[in-house]
Design a protein around this ligand. Structure first.
Ligand code: SDX
Length: 389
């Protein structure tokens, strides 16, 4: 009514929190960020503008955008002492393990001077996180492959800077392919926020205790890592590798339907969507664009993915359960085409989602809030006396 949503009391009783940031209609496959459909944002906006929209609630004017973007650019370097945290990890540590540790370590640099009751301090925390996560993420990759860290550059935009830090070396610069940069920015946008998913709820719960925001984001990264959540994009590529050939697709679809087999079709299904994930449609279109640009439209993994999607969407098991491709189904194929290693896929999801996490954290902390305390359905013993000897 008059542009505002109203809910039946039954739904309100189950809601874990109130928010004005993102709206999802799972039955109809709708995703709005501050009221704007994700399809329109993906087509007409970019990640930096979406960060501003999620954080402040409105699309920035050109002057607001310029100030916001230049502030982010000038926060992209990390404290030189932070780089020493990497050397404590084994070289072959999963980049998500390193990311979790290093982002948590940021709280050691920004704790005593940070007053979360102060709006300016909260805003600077957001700037630091949006700006430093790509640098930290690219450093996770460089550490993993034994190459020196590459500094961010102020003459590159957000997506170009990330790709440059990922692939440049001191011996040979990396010229960013504009198709890759646009696809990277699109992937950042499609992963930016998604209402009260498991990792965002984790950040809100940690934040509700008044904990340091950098530590809260590290908690969100830990929650996102699971294969049922953000880890699915890496799991999709591993699944497509395991399928290996279109002739084996039916075998894997049957396994996904077999209750005795723990295998699930990675990149399919969702806790909320009972229709196409609108992000998956945009991701599929982006995937086609990138691979066509590269002359890879016949890429074997893309062929398997498209055939798998077609078979699953026609299968009664998936239709009855309203299981559709989600945001993770095609993203990995794009990232692989750009040259991103599989073990960095969830790191990129975490980097993209940081704006969602910090926007929800800021929304909660900037208005009266109580510590989170989920209740349980106790199904254990009633009171009983301890057996006397
Ligand atoms: C993300 O919450 C968010 O918003 C998350 C996210 C975000 O942006 O933050 O959208 C990102 O996490 C996307 C999801 C990525 N995960 C995967 O792709 C992993 C594969 N998907 C499944 O693990 C699963 O679909 C979940 C975890 C996503 C949802 O699991 P649920 O809640 O159990 O799904 P459901 O209740 O809809 O399941 C209904 C039925 C069950 O079978 P029955 O008990 O009814 O017989 O469908 C089955 C499930 O076992 N099912 C699947 C399946 N997903 C659900 N069977 C085979 N393959 C699958 N992928």
């Amino acid at each position: 009514a008059n542009g505002l949503f109203t809910y039946d009391p039954g739904f309100m009783a189950t809601a874990s929190c109130e928010s004005e940031i993102t709206y999802i209609d799972g039955a109809n496959g709708i995703l709005l960020h501050r009221g704007y459909p994700i399809e329109q944002l993906a087509e007409n906006s970019d990640y930096i503008e979406l960060c501003y929209l999620l954080l402040y609630g409105e699309v920035p004017t050109p002057a607001q955008r310029e100030k916001f973007e230049s502030t982010i650019t000038r926060h992209t370097m990390v404290h030189e002492q932070l780089t020493r945290f990497y050397s404590g990890f084994r070289r072959d540590a999963h980049p998500m393990a390193v990311m979790c540790g290093v982002v948590g370590a940021l709280s050691a640099f920004y704790h005593d001077s940070l007053d979360i009751t102060n709006a300016h301090d909260r805003e600077v925390s957001a700037f630091r996180l949006i700006a430093k996560l790509p640098t930290i993420a690219a450093m996770c990759h460089k550490y993993n492959i034994g190459q020196p860290f590459v500094f961010p550059r102020n003459d590159l935009n957000y997506a170009e800077n990330f790709l440059h830090m990922m692939f440049a070396t001191p011996c040979e610069d990396y010229k960013v392919n504009p198709v890759f940069a646009k696809a990277m920015d699109r992937i950042f946008m499609l992963h930016a926020d998604h209402e009260q998913n498991a990792s965002t709820s984790t950040v809100r719960l940690a934040g509700s205790t008044g904990a340091n925001p950098f530590a809260c984001i590290a908690a969100g990264i830990a929650a996102l890592w699971g294969p049922a959540h953000g880890g699915a994009n890496e799991a999709v590529l591993n699944m497509l590798d395991e399928i290996g050939d279109e002739s084996r697709i039916e075998e894997f679809v049957d396994r996904a339907k077999d209750k005795d087999d723990p295998f699930k079709l990675m990149g399919f299904g969702h806790r909320v969507y009972r229709n196409f994930d609108p992000r998956a449609r945009v991701m599929k279109k982006t995937c086609d664009e990138v691979l066509t640009e590269l002359g890879m439209e016949n890429d074997p993994q893309l062929r398997i993915a498209k055939r798998l999607e077609q078979i699953a969407l026609e299968d009664d098991y998936f239709k009855e359960r309203k299981l559709y491709p989600n945001v993770d189904f095609y993203s990995g194929i794009i990232l692989k085409a750009i040259g991103i290693p599989t073990n960095m896929f969830t790191v990129i999801f975490a980097m993209s989602r940081t704006i969602g996490w910090i926007s929800h954290w800021n929304e909660m902390i900037s208005s009266p809030y109580k510590i989170g305390r989920p209740r349980q359905l106790y199904k254990g013993y009633t009171k009983r006396d301890y057996p006397t000897k």
